[in-house]
Design a protein around this ligand. Structure first.
Ligand SMILES: [Cu+2]
Length: 578
């Protein structure tokens, strides 16, 4: 039995049936009321009653809707946004991936003081880029409870690809629980939402909380779905309902097309904690942009989108009238669903979810060729499976060059202890690894190695130094940090204005961390220095190593953190460019 069958309708008043953004590419006519276009924009952050799961809950919303309105900007224009905070607590809006002055970036404590309850803050900046981005609150856990939306920036110049229809596909995770309560539960018991790992004691406390039949029913349901903990996600479909443009899988978002049309889909992962694996069974997708920036077109069947990443794809529907836009959560505890259809009366059926993924030795940062003894040790320690052996053969010269690149290292403070119970023994570059749960599934899955900048980066400066940052944690105690030091104990990372640096992550944990550096672009090394792919959020895979380059061309103070909402508090650094 699937949880989805319990989902009732969504209150039209609060969520709306038009939350899909339809940007008609040819006429540039906006067919959706939930879209705001123009140089001066008014947004309000409010408490709003919503019904997403069949049960009423209070969300924090932008202009009363989930997701918030899609903002359409024009490259080259100056944009002014008045944000009124009607909450009882301080709030903020951060414009994710937008290059702007530091005091407009919207991070309380770093860019500004936040927007106090009842007050309005006016943001104003020049738009110097184009593509698909998003915005969200950077205060408390407001992003989880609804303060997010998409930004589409129209380009000054014609884009190098054609399409007839243009849709935003905002993916997110919703919970009827208060986010503060989710965080508290994770702190008390890190595997709280990985139901099958919970103890008998936990079960009885839940009985106390919910009553026996509810507690038992939930447990039975999850057992029937064969949900077991594999440390893939901290927070799962046990509490989450996964949304596509604010629609749950029962109400389903619809993207309409006419036969013969090319459709651009702008995927945004606006979830608090969920990575999604996205595919449209029966259709190839051509990826044309990553994190807002054009890439060399690559045709794929499926892609993984980390929290805060965006991908633009173009699809050409063929004979079928209806296709499923299917976004299963990385741990397969649920999915978001939409319909790509030529017939508004048709709704897509979700395909079967893939089997629950198992972490492998590779995800633990173990050696590729382990002896028998070593394999066994690794397997027992972490309960991982050896049944999938991803090809880790980055044998091309390009990868070798990247792996062997040497730059002067800047030593950084490192603290090993209770906060760093995990350590990658032999972290490898895994750019051509689709990641846990997607290996060898018979589909062409996008990997970072497939991403190449559409334009040349051959003349970009070479890094003058390298910083190695370990992403660290203690899973059992739900502690997260960088180099074993959490934000409140850490000194800012200081950079010289204009310098080009290489940053390398070594992920000592068994989780994916989507790392986001504000204010400047992150140029990801994918093996081709002449086409570094320009991103704002970079997934660091479990037990792996990954490098990118940054030109520190924005003076001021910036936030730098893991974008998983419940990791962010501690896996965070202040960056200062002087
Ligand atoms: Cu993280």
């Amino acid at each position: 039995m699937q949880r989805r069958t319990f989902i009732k309708g969504v209150a039209a008043s609060s969520i709306g049936l038009l939350s899909a953004t339809h940007l008609n590419a040819k006429s540039q006519k906006i067919e959706n009321k939930k879209t705001i276009q123009g140089r001066e924009i008014f947004l309000t952050i409010d408490y709003t009653k919503v019904n997403i799961t069949g049960q009423e809950a209070i969300a924090t919303t932008v202009n009363g809707q989930i997701s918030g309105p899609t903002l359409i900007w024009q490259e080259g224009e100056r944009i002014t946004i008045h944000v009124t905070n009607n909450l009882k607590t301080s709030s903020s809006i951060h414009w994710h991936g937008i290059i702007l002055p530091p005091d407009m970036d919207g991070v309380p404590g770093i860019s500004f003081d936040g927007i106090p309850a009842g007050e309005t803050f006016t943001y104003s900046f020049d738009v110097k880029q184009h593509g698909t981005y998003w915005y969200h609150s950077h205060s408390g856990f407001q992003e989880q409870s609804g303060v997010y939306g998409t930004i589409v920036i129209k380009p000054k110049e014609k884009e190098p690809f054609a399409y007839d229809k243009d849709y935003v596909v905002m993916l997110s995770d919703w919970s009827d629980e208060r986010p503060e309560s989710i965080y508290r539960k994770l702190k008390l018991s890190a595997d709280y939402y990985n139901f099958s790992q919970r103890t008998v004691g936990d079960f009885f406390s839940e009985v106390k909380e919910k009553g026996f039949s509810n507690a038992f029913g939930a447990r039975k349901m999850w057992n029937e779905m064969r949900m077991t903990d594999r440390d893939i996600s901290d927070v799962t479909g046990y509490t989450y309902t996964f949304l596509m443009n604010g629609e749950n899988p029962a109400t389903t978002f619809q993207a309409l097309f006419q036969k013969g049309e090319k459709v651009r889909l702008r995927f945004v992962n606006g979830a608090a904690m969920t990575f999604f694996d996205v595919r449209i069974p029966g259709l190839k997708m051509t990826v044309v942009a990553a994190d807002g920036n054009h890439v060399q077109p690559v045709m794929i069947d499926e892609f993984r989108i980390g929290v805060a990443e965006t991908y633009d794809v173009i699809v050409e529907p063929e004979d079928k009238e209806v296709y499923a836009i299917f976004a299963q959560s990385i741990d397969r505890s649920g999915y978001a669903l939409g319909s790509l259809t030529s017939n508004p009366n048709l709704k897509a059926k979700a395909p079967q979810m893939d089997p629950k993924p198992l972490l492998t030795m590779v995800d633990m940062g173990m050696k590729m060729q382990m002896d028998k003894k070593g394999e066994k040790k690794g397997a027992m320690k972490c309960g991982a499976s050896m049944d999938m052996k991803p090809k880790m053969a980055m044998k091309s010269m390009k990868f070798e060059k990247m792996k062997n690149a040497k730059y002067p290292q800047t030593p950084l403070a490192m603290k090993r202890g209770v906060g760093t119970t995990m350590m990658a023994m032999d972290p490898q570059y895994r750019l051509d690894d689709p990641g846990v749960g997607l290996r060898g599934n018979g589909r062409k899955v996008l990997t970072y190695a497939d991403l190449k900048n559409r334009y040349s980066t051959a003349n970009d400066a070479t890094p003058v130094r390298e910083l190695v940052l370990h992403l660290t944690g203690n899973m059992e105690r739900y502690m997260w940090s960088i180099n074993g030091i959490k934000y409140e104990d850490a000194k800012p990372l200081v950079f010289k204005y204009g310098e080009r640096v290489r940053i390398t992550y070594i992920n000592d944990t068994m989780m994916n961390h989507p790392m986001h550096l504000h204010g400047v672009w992150s140029d990801l090394e994918t093996g081709d220095d002449a086409h570094l792919v320009r991103k704002h959020t970079i997934i660091s895979q479990p037990g792996s190593k990954i490098s990118f380059r940054v030109t520190m061309d924005a003076r001021g103070a910036w936030a730098y953190h893991c974008h998983l909402l419940y990791h962010m508090t501690d896996m965070f650094r202040k960056v200062v460019v002087v």
